[in-house]
Each structure stands twice: as structure tokens, then as C-alpha cells.
Design a protein around this ligand. Structure first.
Ligand code: HEC
Ligand code: HEC
Length: 281
């Protein structure tokens, strides 16, 4: 009888020790398990990104290098997502700019799920989109995962400081290359989508913006006080300084100074090439 009690007590104590040990290691095990499952979600998210988002946001989510489904390079219409002001810190700058009071996780998830504006599509089935909610979550995690110590502690790229006038700009940069300018105009910056290309004509063009094939003749009619180059320079860097009659403010994108100033030693040449193209058609 006594032996039984002893065995019972020992067994009870052993059970408690084992349970206690299991309770101790459980959080670590769970953490390990959930880190692995988040990693899997991010991997799935990367695939969803490549198939659905890269055509507008770029292969590296930097709003550079966008390709159509058939593999041709096209203008990037989306914003950079591998972007410090969107993913770094608890309250990234973008949230403030957009008047968002919630978390950045909700901001990204919600924007992807419901879409925004005229171009960013709706993705979640809840809003009539093509993706399930777990897929929206996975691709959101993929974007949020750009937050990394190395990425977020790198000093933000200083944007190019555009000289006030085209002549000062022109002095600082090499002569323009019209052929490269045409490519930038038609493809990389998507100007032709709104302004038509060399095949269109003033009379036939019925797009969002005026046809630019005759800009050399039109510029002096808009502002006779400046050169054609100066007029184009201002139209792109300060789109609201002059609004062409019959068009409204805010249609011409406002972010070209940023996009063309992204790499201060290199990308401003794009504007020089585009101006050269437009004045030598
Ligand atoms: C047809 C082009 C297009 C596609 C495809 C697209 N986006 Fe967008 N996206 C945009 C545009 C344009 C904006 C900016 C919308 C605005 O502010 O009006 C945007 C904004 C965003 C933003 C908010 C960025 C910020 O700084 O506010 C996120 C996040 C985003 N997109 C994620 C995605 C994801 C994820 C996918 C794929 C599932 C995707 N987008 C597919 C065009 C696109
Ligand atoms: C989303 C459409 C859109 C895109 C893309 C666009 N523009 Fe415009 N642009 C407009 C509209 C609309 C106007 C007329 C309203 C105004 O004056 O702002 C305009 C005006 C201009 C003018 C003045 C035209 C004139 O006849 O006086 C120039 C020059 C110009 N854009 C150049 C460009 C270049 C170069 C690009 C590409 C780097 C570009 N635009 C991209 C819509 C667009």
C-alpha cells in the first residue's frame, strides 16, 4: 500500500516536472513555428507580387523597371513600395501624408484590399477583386518585410535640386540625346499615354493632355517670354505654373521632379534627353 503511494507521488511529481518543462519551452516553440509560417507567407506574397503588382510597381517594388505580360518595358504607374517613408518605423511618413491614423499594417492591407484612386486596382474578393484575403495578407506582409535594419538605417536618397531655370540646368548637364529622349517619353515615363506620340497629330489626338508634336510652335503662344526649352522644363517640373487652355490643373503628374531627381548624379539627364527629343521632332 505504502509502495503504491510512493510510486503515485513520484509519478505525480514527474508529471508536474514534465508539464512544467513543456510549459516553459512552449512559447519558444510557438515563436519558432510562427516565424516559419510568416516566412512562408512572405514567400507566397513575393510570388503574388511578381504576378500581379510588378507591372505597375516595378520588379524591385521601386517604381522602376516595369514590364507588360508580354515582356515589353512599360511606364511604371505605381508608387515605390520598397520605400523608407512607407515601411520604416511604427508610424511611417506616408501614413501622415495620407491622414491615416491606424497602423502601417492596416494601411498597406487596406490599400491593397480596397485599391485607391483611378489606377491602383481593388484586390480583395470583399471589394470585388481577384485575390482571397489570405493572399492579400501575404502580399502585404511581403511589402512590410522590406523594413529591415540595413534598408531603414540607410540615409534617404537626397533628391536632385533642380536649378531654377533651364539655362542653368543645361549648363550643368551633357547635350541631350533625342533618340533616348523618345524612348523615355514613350516608355519609361509614359508621357505618350497622355500626349500622343510622333504618329499622332494635333487634329487627331484626343487624349488626356495636349499633343506635343507641335510644342515648338505652341510654346511661344503659351508664354512668349521664355525659350521653348524653358517652357517645357517648367511644364514638367512645375506643372501648375501654367495650365493649357481647355485642360484642368492636376492632370499632368506632379511627381516628375522626384522621379527624374531620384539619383542626383544620373537621372536628371532624362529630362535633358526628353527636352531634346521634343524640340527636335
Ligand atoms: C495598374 C497599376 C497598379 C497595379 C497592377 C498595382 N498597383 Fe498598387 N498602386 C498603383 C497606383 C497608381 C498607386 C497610387 C494610388 C493613389 O495614390 O492614387 C498605388 C498604390 C499602392 C500602395 C500604397 C502606396 C503608398 O505609398 O501609399 C500599395 C501598398 C500598393 N499600391 C500595393 C500594390 C500591390 C500589393 C499590388 C498587387 C497585388 C498592386 N499595388 C498593384 C498602381 C497599381
Ligand atoms: C496623366 C497624363 C499626363 C502624363 C503622363 C504627362 N502629362 Fe504632360 N500634361 C498633361 C495635361 C493634362 C497637360 C495640360 C494641363 C497643364 O497645362 O498642366 C499637360 C501639359 C504638358 C506640357 C505643356 C503642353 C502645352 O501644349 O503647353 C508639357 C510640355 C508636358 N505636359 C510634358 C510632359 C512630359 C514630358 C511628360 C512625361 C515626362 C508628361 N507631360 C506626362 C497630362 C499628362
Amino acid at each position: 500500500m505504502q509502495v503504491k503511494i510512493v510510486i503515485g507521488t513520484v509519478a505525480f511529481m514527474l508529471t508536474m516536472v514534465i508539464l512544467g518543462f513543456a510549459a516553459l519551452v512552449e512559447p519558444a516553440r510557438l515563436e519558432h513555428f510562427s516565424a516559419a509560417s510568416v516566412a512562408r507567407q512572405i514567400e507566397t506574397g513575393a510570388e503574388i507580387y511578381k504576378n500581379n503588382c510588378a507591372s505597375c510597381h516595378g520588379v524591385e517594388a521601386k517604381a522602376q523597371q516595369c514590364f507588360s505580360p508580354s515582356g515589353e518595358q512599360i511606364a511604371c504607374q505605381g508608387l515605390p513600395l520598397q520605400h523608407q517613408p512607407l515601411v520604416c518605423g511604427d508610424k511611417p511618413e506616408r501614413l501622415d501624408q495620407m491622414g491615416w491614423v491606424g497602423t502601417k499594417q492596416d494601411f498597406v492591407y487596406r490599400t491593397v484590399a480596397a485599391g485607391r484612386g483611378r489606377i491602383m486596382p481593388t484586390w480583395s474578393v470583399d471589394f470585388g477583386g481577384p485575390l482571397r484575403n489570405d493572399q492579400v495578407e501575404n502580399v502585404s506582409l511581403y511589402i512590410l518585410n522590406f523594413e529591415g535594419e540595413e534598408f531603414c538605417s540607410a540615409p534617404p536618397l537626397p533628391n536632385y535640386e533642380w536649378p531654377e531655370t533651364y539655362s542653368d540646368f543645361n549648363d550643368a548637364w551633357a547635350a541631350g540625346d533625342a533618340a533616348r529622349g523618345e524612348e523615355l517619353y514613350n516608355i519609361n515615363y509614359g508621357c505618350a499615354g497622355c500626349h500622343g506620340d510622333s504618329v499622332d497629330s494635333d487634329a487627331s489626338w484626343d487624349g488626356t493632355g495636349p499633343w506635343l508634336g507641335a510644342i515648338v510652335d505652341n510654346a511661344p503662344l503659351r508664354n512668349p517670354d521664355v525659350s521653348v526649352e524653358e517652357y517645357i522644363y517648367e511644364s514638367i517640373l512645375m506643372p501648375n505654373a501654367y495650365i493649357v487652355t481647355g485642360y484642368s490643373e492636376g492632370l499632368m503628374p506632379q511627381d516628375f521632379p522626384n522621379r527624374m531627381g531620384l539619383d542626383p548624379d544620373v537621372t536628371p539627364q532624362d529630362l535633358q534627353d526628353i527636352i531634346t527629343y521634343l524640340t527636335n521632332q
